[in-house]
Ligand binder design. Structure first.
Ligand SMILES: *[C@@H]1O[C@H](CO)[C@@H](O)[C@H](O)[C@H]1NC(C)=O
Ligand SMILES: *[C@@H]1O[C@H](CO)[C@@H](O)[C@H](O)[C@H]1NC(C)=O
Ligand SMILES: *[C@@H]1O[C@H](CO)[C@@H](O)[C@H](O)[C@H]1NC(C)=O
Length: 194
């Protein structure tokens, strides 16, 4: 994998196909970067800790970035891709003027690249940062399975229609969660973060 920022835009869709194809049989595991980036978890934890120290609310925002990324075509960091107001997931109603913390993720990515270049996906960084945000806010710990590949295209309509909205009623919210394999416990855990 070549080193690139998380908001990189790719114009050759054939590469998307290759990445998806190669990713088909991979299994996520907490040890995915054990040899290639042994300090990853320490580095991310330190950066999340310092972001929370500057602004306590960022913890909720980082969890929400992971949640809104995973809701659309899975946890592939497509939410981070730049584009315009009809292509980038950053501009959909569920994210525009409310998704925040992008610069924290970019910053973590830079530090991670300085530690082990070209190895760790942005999608995995989002997943670890979300776990650390929950943990450092007094929530539970879980082992984060790793080895996600970054998507190279955004899904504007999927993000516009699929994300739960603050004006959705409870049944709609429950059904949007069910659409992505999440249950009532997940609705309760994440709905304050819609
Ligand atoms: C957004 O970008 C796409 C793809 O590059 C382009 O086709 C479209 O015209 C752009 N739309 C606006 C509103 O700039
Ligand atoms: C975009 O997201 C929608 C809703 O999740 C899904 O039905 C659609 O297949 C996705 N489109 C692409 C190109 O992945
Ligand atoms: C939802 O799924 C989680 C994980 O599989 C499980 O622990 C939890 O009990 C489930 N909640 C409900 C309401 O089914």
């Amino acid at each position: 994998m070549k080193t690139r920022p998380c908001n990189f835009i790719l114009y050759f869709q054939i590469v998307t196909f290759l990445v998806l194809f190669v990713g088909v049989n991979s299994q996520l595991t907490p040890n995915f970067y054990l040899k290639t980036c042994p300090n990853l978890l320490r580095v991310v934890r330190k950066e999340v800790q310092s972001a929370i120290k500057s602004e306590i609310r960022i913890a909720a925002s980082l969890l929400r970035l992971h949640f809104h990324d995973c809701f659309v075509n899975g946890c592939d960091a497509s939410l981070l891709l730049d584009g315009n107001s009809s292509t980038s997931e950053k501009f959909t109603p569920g994210n525009l003027n409310s998704a925040r913390g992008y610069e924290v993720i970019d910053n973590i990515k830079t530090v991670v690249e300085n530690t082990c270049s070209g190895v760790v996906s942005c999608a995995d960084i989002l997943a670890i940062a979300a776990r650390d945000s929950v943990l450092l806010s007094g929530g539970p710990f879980w082992k984060v399975s790793l080895g996600r590949r970054d998507g190279l295209v955004a899904n504007f309509s999927g993000s516009s229609n699929g994300l739960p909205a603050p004006f959705d009623n409870l049944n709609t919210i429950i059904s949007k969660f069910q659409d992505v394999g999440l249950n009532l416990t997940d609705v309760v855990s994440l709905s304050g973060n819609i």
